[in-house]
Design a protein around this ligand. Sequence first.
Ligand SMILES: [Zn+2]
Length: 396
Amino acid sequence: MLDFITDGQTLLLILALLYFTECLIWVKKQSVAFVSTSGKRWRLGTPISWLGNANGAILILNPLPPPGRIFLSHLLPISISPSGVCAFNSQTLPSGARPTTQTGEFISFSAITKVATDGAYLVINGQKFAKCATPKQAKALAGVIGKVSEAKVSKREALVKSWISERFDEKRVTRLWNEAEKQIDSIRFWGAMLLVFLFVGAPILASLFGLEQMIIPVAGAMVLFAVSIAIMFFSAHRRFFPAESQERFENLIKMIVCPPVSMRAADVLTKNLLAEFSPIAVATVLGGPGEQQFVRSFVLDLQHPLKHEINDAKAAETIDWMNAQQLRSCLSLIERVDRFKGVLGPTERDGDSVSYCPRCGVQFVLDEGECPDCPGVELVAFSDAGKEVTLSQTSG
Ligand SMILES: [Zn+2]
């Protein structure tokens, strides 16, 4: 009797551990994770810092069903201007510094003969140029750079501008999300069913009829569930990630060989579904608490970027051009969305503060200097922003 309980429990524990490892995802420093329990209210997922390194950390997803409540969005690893490409993006997220992989190397469009990818690397003229967040991001960037370098010089500016503004198009985010939800929802449902079957139904069956009697039928049903989910996953993946055949086949095999993996199939689909869009456009569509603060800090970072060590004039020009374009797209996005009215209001003065950092908003009793948390960003005295402060005081 004791043997029977131990065997059953051991099996259950192994299945639970396999399932739990599927609930861990790696979030890079330049990535933002949006998570939700209900599917309605979204918040920024915070990775566990001690489960990480300089490049990123592990985020634990809610193990309770349904899965597929995670979206990632990444900052770009490069800047593109009408003159060329620089392996540097001056943006940083509130959660971290710039990745050390950004070299600042510049290459002009006239010097580009070949663009390709190697996994997550963007390869220009046969050399690894930048490390991207995902192979999908690398392919997308290679596509844009290829298109712009083949275009006439006079057409380049319009092409780059329209590519940047597409990244901030919240209507496209909504459209893609609504389109995918229908297909992903059934995968979510069957993943949740398999979870209930394995962790509730199977133990009940085993205790009623005995583990030895039930192990073959339960295993058979589990494989049947997994294969059906894997087939649904494969067709949805082919529709939304047509170029990612490697990821598609890898996950298909994993689900069939190790059925507990299929319970989280929806995560693989949602994770990078909206990744081609700027984090601010994704935040706009998903909404939720903390959204206003996130939008504000995203824009303030573009307005007051941290200083960098790139001295090459053409590289710096490309970085600044891209930054200015992204800022323009951000501001026009904020203007389009009613609930963002006032999100960029002035910093309210606290007590005896004399100055504040225009990037992070921390206040100081010094009247000048650099913010200790934001290298290169000069403090602004409240007296200089006097008019704005009076306005905010009357409204607050
Ligand atoms: Zn600061």
